[in-house]
Ligand binder design. Sequence first.
Ligand code: PXL
Length: 282
Amino acid sequence: MNVQKHAVTINDISGIGRCSVTVACPIMSAAGIETSVLPTALLSSHTGGFVGYSFLDLTEEMQKIIKHWKSLELKFDSIYSGYLGSVTQINTVIDFIDTFKKDSGLIMVDPVMGDSGRFYAGFSPDHAREMKKLCRRADILVPNLTEAFMLLDRVYYEGPYTPDFINEILLDITSLGCKKAVITGVHFNNTEVGAASYDSETGIFDLALAPRIEGFYHGTGDVFASALLSGLLNNKTLAEATRIAVDFTEDSIIKTKEAGTDTRYGVLFEQCIPSFIRRLGL
Ligand code: PXL
């Protein structure tokens, strides 16, 4: 019997702009994973580039949802936390993991805080400080390089980086207490970019690079993380899942560039789902 896995993403609902749940749910569902949502905030759009967006913090509502779910005695095969709209929510996620994780469950934390060396609107060093506590609960942490620098209290620089430097960052990130780390935005020159992974249990470092495409494409961190988790829950190794996620993100960026759409609306990942699920062997 094929037992379907059940994951939950703890993430915001941004009505437009292809990020968070509007990325995680379609990608993970396509990968055969039942994907539930614990919403952290409701926004008219994400905060990256739109003006006049609405923002409703759902910190209190989360407690009511959790109370109901406790009464149902739910347990998840995977918990994926993304955009947490307040520092309080970080502690809510820690308690949530303790209550709702199956013994064999996989916890993935994307410490969403910033990009290109800067915090996203509404985030501050307090968030980074608190986020370190959540990192300890993660099986796998998926920061971009900006977030990795923030978590390690390092001063950001744009790169290119060296392989030794990236390995050092991976080791330092796993020293925060997570078992595995995958860092995005890794580049050693101006022609390629991708992700570097490290599994502290096997000691294996790996790298998945793809040709760099000029421009800033919103929501690619969420596309990458959702694809990575989809791969892991479909029994791919960390290196295989990282390669598949890099290629899926790259394909989505290429489609977006070809279409010439406003990049604030995210990447055209929908068109790349068929090849993505073929890579997963589905
Ligand atoms: O993709 C990260 C993200 C998620 N959710 C919201 C955001 C951002 C990045 O800007 O604003 C609301």
